[in-house]
Design a protein around this ligand. Structure first.
Ligand code: GUN
Length: 287
């Protein structure tokens, strides 16, 4: 069997068109144009590409964007002062601090400084807490994008055995929380694996849906996947031979039922959900 491809690029285009319509309607009714302020510290080429993609996607959806680029040597205090300015600016609805931050920066303090109403990444503890309690304000972009991919490809999660490989604050943890919530898009039986998991392959082979976000190129191989499983690859690894996911696509494609490619899978969905959150933020701030 060869897995069919879950096309994140095509689905993104569809959802972005929906968001563009909603944004145009919102702006026509309120006179407000949603605005995302992106903060990119330093000059990491990968982060530059990601932020540029986010800005371009905003523009196409009728959302304006600002780019703030403190140097790699900036201090936590300087960054906090910038975030405070953006928090107070009524023209800015969403504030995004691109990660990772340079070592000297207190990341936790910075993410906690973002106004929770403008926290379009949903990284602020208040928004994480709300998510865990099942009353979210914003859904984190990558896990939300994955839920949309499953739902819009008619892949049910209710009662499914979902294995999440990776326990990061950005993907693994919130993904597991969303999948185990009561109701639509959730109701899954969730297992979270990480570097200390015993018999990892045995666990991953139990997955009806396998979601991989560990940042190791081609880590998941064919013998770790149950025949017919849905495999979602969150990995974006730069390797000498180009961009690679966390899943050995060539091998796993022979075993899985459905699989996301890298690139063109989860990546574009993450950006799409950021647009969704920026529109939501503008709505929340417009009475
Ligand atoms: N770095 C990797 N993923 C993300 C993300 O979703 N948001 C931000 N701000 N930085 C990231």
């Amino acid at each position: 069997m060869t897995a069919s491809i879950i096309d994140g690029k095509m689905l993104s285009a569809q959802i972005r068109a929906e968001i563009a319509l909603e944004t145009a309607d919102f702006t026509a009714k309120t006179g407000v144009t949603p605005c995302l302020a992106a903060v990119l510290v330093g000059d990491d080429p990968g982060s530059q590409v990601y932020v540029r993609n986010k800005q371009k996607a905003c523009e196409k959806a009728g959302i304006t964007s600002q780019l703030h680029t403190p140097s790699a040597e900036t201090s936590t205090e300087e960054l906090l002062a910038l975030i405070d300015r953006l928090n107070r600016d009524p023209a800015v609805h969403g504030v995004l601090v691109q990660l990772p931050l340079p070592e000297q920066i207190d990341e936790r303090q910075v993410l906690e400084a973002v106004d929770p109403m403008k926290d379009v990444d949903a990284f602020h503890p208040e928004n994480v807490g709300r998510l865990v309690q099942g009353r979210p304000r914003f859904l984190p972009c990558t896990p939300h994008g994955i839920l949309q991919m499953l739902a819009r490809n008619d892949i049910p999660t209710a009662g499914a055995n979902v294995v999440v490989v990776g326990r990061s604050d950005i993907v693994g943890k919130p993904m597991a929380v969303l999948l185990m919530q009561r109701g639509g898009g959730g109701d899954a039986t969730v297992t979270v694996c990480h570097s200390r998991t015993r018999d990892l392959a045995e666990v991953t082979r139990s997955a009806d849906i396998l979601i991989v976000a560990i940042g190791r190129p081609r880590f998941i191989t064919a013998e770790m996947v149950k025949p017919g499983a849905v495999v979602i690859d969150v990995g974006m690894n730069r390797t000498p031979d180009g961009l690679a996911g966390d899943v050995d696509f060539q091998g796993v494609q022979q075993v899985a039922g459905r699989i996301t490619p890298v690139p063109g899978g989860v990546g574009p969905m993450t950006v799409t959900m950021l647009l969704h959150n920026t529109l939501t933020a503008a709505r929340l701030q417009t009475s």
